[in-house]
Design a protein around this ligand. Structure first.
Ligand code: GCB
Length: 645
């Protein structure tokens, strides 16, 4: 039996990017390297001193002063040094670790991998002074096979990671370094990093660093696609094995009680598992038992002469189907309305560093709010967060770091090639997640510029080729008459800030302008629309009646005006509303930002503003209208599907 066409395509296009999340299983061990690392910023004028003096060759304490730096965390808000807060260039991290002898002996039959959850934005990694990998781009994981190096006689290893946060017209997000040559106004060698996005450019090692093992012959990747046909759940899978062409595989699917409900022991790396009357994966608040996950166990055995290898990997699988019509977004054949938020990975002191307390607090707030979805504005979030979306049924629009693409220079081949590579990494990382229902390739690019047409045509069609099972979008704030790229998307995502950035203070224009916005886009394209951002800044505790800008009352009033139009248009083609923003967040210093962006309905410390209670009221009402309780079977025979095959 051949792999299903969609799956074959997905695998062929994805090729060999990093795949499975590191995980402990009976055949895999894992060692967390979170904690304190030695740290030094390279403050030399060209930022090249670390490379010139080869700081990776000896312990860093021998080449100069080091400070303690927590990992994961952004380095920016950890010290009292304003120059480190705004530092641009190379920073160096180092950690000395012990590795168990049973991992590294040459006859252990093990492979040792060094994994970095994410580092912003460009990283070079050495072990004991030997470069093992480099990676371009933040917000996504990368790894290196360090087996050979770890087979040296020493059991203590020095891991050095140099990270550069410089943004250029060809990075994602793009940026520009501006040198100030007027020596009457600026010190010599003075430069600033220019960015065109509205969040602080936090940098450093943001997600956990791990060492993990696999057997030398190992499960390299697992891809699943789920479908539902006439009460039968179909899981089409493909497993790739690395290290040997001779292996046998068995797969078991267990329900949440641990019972095996489907299995395949024919030994082949692709096939289908079928289940009668499966428990479907439903979004939070759409069903009485949302987010049902099965556990897929993949067991591989291989023999090479007298040596045998065994690997075991488990994957959470949610059976669900996504479709898009001209007016609806369907999950398991039922209309789904996104009542959710836009977020940031952002918190006091940690910046963009992963923190479990913040993560769990945020999920508790989302559920309190009655939010069923979020967009990962404006970059991929940690795998740990995505796991919880699968587990809690929070639907995700998964966005890549294509934010601030404004200059014509950023629409050339060099940028496009990198953008395609980033989408490939993102799709590869999140392809098996039931919570991910749509890819967003960018936020507010200059999509009215002539080169945007072919840039987005290629980007969107390549993303669809990588994953034919999910719709693709990008988020626009360009006028419907000049936008050149929405034609290629499945869903229109539009941002607008009526009575804030335009007609500031004039609440009375919102309804007219918003209704026109929706009608214009829909008439031109006949695609469903999500209001992917709207909102207003409110300084918590600032009040006025009648409402004026920056007060909690004004934020509420803006939202109320938007709601009136949402309620009218959701009867037609509006399929979602995502408030900007879940919480206040840090930005670059500017005349329009008072200690960051204050459009949160929660403060940065996650305390509710008045708007949070108002939104909670609305979202629970919406949830009650759209809940589907499974007394009757869902109708999965959709005839009107137009965009997603
Ligand atoms: C937007 C951007 C978002 C900003 C927001 C604002 O359109 O997509 O990144 O933070 O507006 O508050 O200005």
């Amino acid at each position: 039996m051949a792999a299903a066409p969609g799956l074959a395509l997905l695998l062929a296009v994805l090729g060999s990017t990093r795949a499975l999340s590191p995980r402990e299983t009976p055949t895999r061990e894992l060692k967390e390297l979170s904690g304190l690392w030695s740290f030094r910023a390279d403050r030399s004028s060209g930022r090249r001193q670390g490379f010139e003096e080869k700081w990776y060759q000896r312990p860093m304490r021998e080449t100069g002063p080091v400070i303690d730096m927590p990992v994961p965390a952004s380095f920016n808000d950890i010290t009292q040094d304003p120059k480190l807060r705004d530092f641009t260039g190379w920073v160096w991290y180092e950690k000395e670790v012990w590795v168990p002898r049973c991992w590294t002996s040459s006859d252990a039959g093990k492979r040792v991998v060094l994994y970095v959850g994410s580092a912003n934005y460009y990283s070079v990694v050495w072990v004991n002074g030997v470069q093992v990998t480099s990676h371009e781009g933040g917000h996504l994981p990368f790894e290196a096979d360090v087996t050979k190096i770890m087979q040296s006689p020493s059991l203590q290893y020095r891991i050095t990671i140099a990270v550069n946060n410089t943004l250029t017209p060809y990075t994602l997000p793009p940026g520009r370094i501006q040198y100030m040559s007027d020596t009457k106004r600026y010190p010599s060698d003075y430069f600033v990093q220019i960015i065109q996005f509205d969040f602080f450019n936090y940098a450093g090692i943001h997600r956990p660093v791990l060492l993990y093992t696999t057997p030398s012959v190992f499960i390299d990747d697992v891809t699943v696609i789920t479908d539902i046909q006439n009460d039968i759940g179909i899981i089409t899978y493909e497993v790739s094995i690395h290290g040997s062409a001779h292996f046998s595989l068995s797969l078991k699917l267990r329900d949440h009680r641990g019972q095996v409900v489907a299995s395949n022991i024919d030994g082949r790396p692709f096939g289908q598992l079928k289940l009668h009357d499966p428990n479907l994966w439903w979004p939070y608040l759409m069903h009485e038992k949302p987010a049902y996950l099965y556990n897929l166990e993949v067991h591989m055995k291989s023999r090479n002469g007298s040596t045998s290898f065994e690997d075991f990997y488990t994957l959470a699988v949610g059976i669900r189907k996504v479709q898009v019509t001209k007016t609806q977004f369907l999950i398991n054949g039922k209309p789904f309305y996104f009542h959710g938020v836009n977020k940031h990975e952002d918190s006091d002191m940690r910046g963009k560093g992963l923190d479990w307390s913040v993560i769990i607090k945020d999920f508790n707030l989302l559920r309190w709010l009655g939010a069923n979805s979020f967009r990962t504005s404006h970059y991929p979030y940690a795998e740990e967060i995505m796991d919880l979306c699968d587990k809690y049924g929070i639907v995700v629009i998964d966005e890549c770091p294509g934010v601030g693409i404004k200059d014509p220079e950023s629409f050339g081949n060099k940028s496009l090639t990198h953008h395609l590579a980033v989408m490939k990494e993102l799709v590869h990382r999140d392809k098996n997640r039931p919570s991910v229902v749509m890819w967003s390739v960018a936020n507010e690019p200059a999509s009215g510029l002539p080169p945007a047409d072919s840039y987005f045509k290629t980007l969107i069609s390549s993303t669809k080729a990588m994953d034919p099972t999910r719709p693709v979008t990008f988020v626009t704030d360009t006028d419907y008459e000049v936008d050149k790229a929405i034609q290629y998307t499945d869903v229109i995502c539009v941002n607008s800030y009526f009575s804030w950035y335009h007609d500031s203070g004039h609440l009375e224009v919102i309804q007219l302008q918003l209704a026109n916005q929706f009608e214009n886009w829909y008439k031109k394209y006949q695609k469903p629309i999500i209001q992917s951002e709207y909102g207003a800044d409110a300084i918590a505790g600032l009040h006025s009646d009648p409402p004026v800008m920056f007060t909690e009352e004004y934020q509420q009033a803006v939202m109320q005006e938007y709601f009136k139009v949402f309620d009218e248009k959701r009867k037609a083609y509006l399929i979602g509303e995502l408030i900007w923003n879940f919480a206040d967040f840090m930005t670059v210093q500017s005349k329009t930002r008072v200690d960051g962006n204050k459009k949160g309905i929660f403060t940065r410390q996650r305390q509710p503003k008045m708007s949070a209670f108002m939104l909670q009221n609305r979202y629970w009402k919406l949830a009650n209208e759209t809940t589907f309780i499974s007394q009757s079977k869902p109708d999965l025979s959709i005839h009107e599907t137009v965009h997603v095959k």
